[in-house]
Write a protein that binds this ligand. Structure first.
Ligand SMILES: Cc1cc2nc3c(=O)[nH]c(=O)nc-3n(C[C@H](O)[C@H](O)[C@H](O)COP(=O)(O)OP(=O)(O)OC[C@H]3O[C@@H](n4cnc5c(N)ncnc54)[C@H](O)[C@@H]3O)c2cc1C
Length: 456
């Protein structure tokens, strides 16, 4: 990946937006994107003067950061000039997002609809669609396209009932499922038509035909393309000026960024706590998980799972194609090992744990061979009184500068826990709208109530 990627529309205003030293400007010139040149202009400078200049720093290029960046660019006022700088020390999808299992549906493990499940689900599907469309346009216009393979895999998810008690709970809650993400009861035999050799301890499973799994790294790349397209589209309209920059650099202090920006939005996942201004102030626990990549050797191919749903149980299996899947479900609490790399020792411990869980529901996993592992850390938020665990949003000026004023400078969108995909689209949109209006009241109170103990 390039060190930093930049796209701006053909009518930039360098005087208003001075380039930061860390950024190398790479302008996309192929396919649908027009050549960018400082002399090219889609309108005369006298015909239109943008009303205001907005400059935002988004810290983190995972699901949260990309969603916020997309919605900032999408919803900025029509007569504004906006620049979004995304900072990530690793690059696109460098944190938990890039290693996630990519499984998405709007339910708890007991099949209860999660907080604002319908809205979150619909917004998530919409953002996935936007990213998929951006990748498809890119493929059409660009012979050396950057995103190969599926972004969204629409084969559903199967959840086995692990005991009769578990069956009763799932069965009861499934009655209230969304029409747009159904939960259908099925027998083991019927489930085996979906996944050969699938096994369920009490002959029952629940099938979510509309649930999806995504390829997280491709999705993030595609969402970045969608952000770039918004910049490019704005240049054609002639009313707006938009810029987008991706800086591969580490931010040591939030206050270092502050002078250059209208607002700074922290989407740093589990590492938010490593920023000195936020250290020990966020009610987040960290939890590292290891994901194993499994391949099916040619000699063992006696049941094709290429068209099968993924499986969600004590372990999850995210099917990629007939001979490749990801397997996960390890929980290492309070880990501070943010590295994607997994040592041989960590990998072998994880594999033992994962195989013992996965083989209960998919015994054939023992025929598959281990072909690598990666790790990531989830930022786990606390339980709320009535809504389960909810991400942490809102202004954090009080934490960063010690006082909160009306002109909010610092915002947080973090603590996405194990539900990053479900929450990232709606909450990224809510965050972006609150930031653009400088109005924290646009965020539902249950998402900012985590601050109460710190402010009272
Ligand atoms: C093993 C595993 C499996 C998962 N499976 C699923 C799943 O199937 N479905 C699901 O919905 N969720 C899943 N999750 C959870 C999901 O991955 C997270 O909720 C989500 O990725 C959080 O996104 P984020 O953008 O908040 O954080 P991240 O993706 O961690 O992004 C934060 C980014 O900030 C950057 N950063 C941090 N600090 C700094 C700094 N100081 N300077 C510069 N850059 C910085 C990091 O490099 C990182 O790229 C899984 C998580 C793990 C670990």
């Amino acid at each position: 990946m390039a060190e930093a990627r930049t796209l701006r529309n053909p009518n930039p205003s360098p005087a208003t937006f001075p380039a930061r030293n860390a950024s190398h400007r790479i302008v996309r010139k192929r396919g649908l994107f027009l050549p960018v040149s400082s002399s090219s202009s889609s309108r005369s400078s006298s015909s239109y003067a943008p009303q205001s200049s907005l400059r935002y720093a988004v810290l983190g290029a995972g699901f949260a950061g990309l969603s916020v960046a997309y919605h900032l660019l999408k919803h900025s006022p029509r007569d504004s000039r906006i620049r979004v700088d995304i900072y990530d020390e690793v690059g696109l999808g460098g944190g938990a997002s890039g290693v996630s299992g990519g499984l998405v549906h709007p339910y708890s493990p007991k099949a209860k609809l999660l907080w604002r499940g319908k809205e979150c689900w619909e917004e998530c599907l919409e953002l996935l669609r936007v990213a998929e469309e951006a990748a498809a346009l890119d493929e059409l216009s660009n012979k050396n396209h950057e995103i190969d393979g599926f972004i969204i895999r629409r084969r559903g998810i199967l959840r086995p009932a692990m005991s009769m008690k578990n069956f009763d709970v799932l069965n009861e809650n499934a009655r209230n499922c969304l029409p747009s993400c159904r939960i259908e009861r099925t027998s083991q035999d019927a489930a085996r038509n979906l996944i050969p050799y699938f096994s369920t301890p009490c002959n029952a499973a629940f099938y979510l035909p509309e649930a999806v799994n995504i390829n997280p790294q491709r999705y993030i790349q595609a969402l970045f393309l969608a952000c770039q397209n918004l910049v490019q589209e704005a240049s054609g309209v002639g009313l707006e000026e938009k810029e987008l920059h991706l800086h591969k650099s580490s931010i040591n202090k939030l206050t270092d960024l502050a002078p250059d920006y209208t607002a700074v939005i922290v989407c740093a996942g589990a590492q938010a706590d490593s920023l000195p201004e936020l250290s020990s102030k966020l009610p987040l626990r960290t939890c590292r998980g290891v994901v194993a990549h499994m391949r099916l050797p040619e000699s063992a191919r006696n049941g094709n799972i290429g068209e099968s749903p993924s499986i969600l149980s004590d372990a999850w299996l995210a099917v990629q194609n007939s001979s490749s899947l990801y397997m996960g479900a390890t929980w290492d609490w309070n880990s501070r090992n943010y590295s994607r790399d997994v040592s041989a020792d960590e990998a072998s411990r994880a594999l033992v744990e994962l195989l013992s869980k996965a083989s209960v529901i998919y015994p054939s996993i023992k025929d598959w061979t281990f072909s690598g592992a990666m790790g990531g850390v989830r930022a786990m938020p606390p339980l709320t009184a009535n809504n389960g665990s909810l991400p942490l949003l809102g202004s954090i000026d009080n934490f960063v500068t010690g006082n909160g004023n009306e002109d909010i400078k610092f915002w947080l969108f973090g603590g996405l826990g194990s539900r990053g995909l479900l929450y990232h689209a709606l909450l990224g949109k809510l965050t972006a709208n609150a930031v653009l209006s400088c109005n924290e009241k646009l965020i539902p109170s249950e998402l900012i109530s985590w601050k109460k103990p710190y402010i009272d």
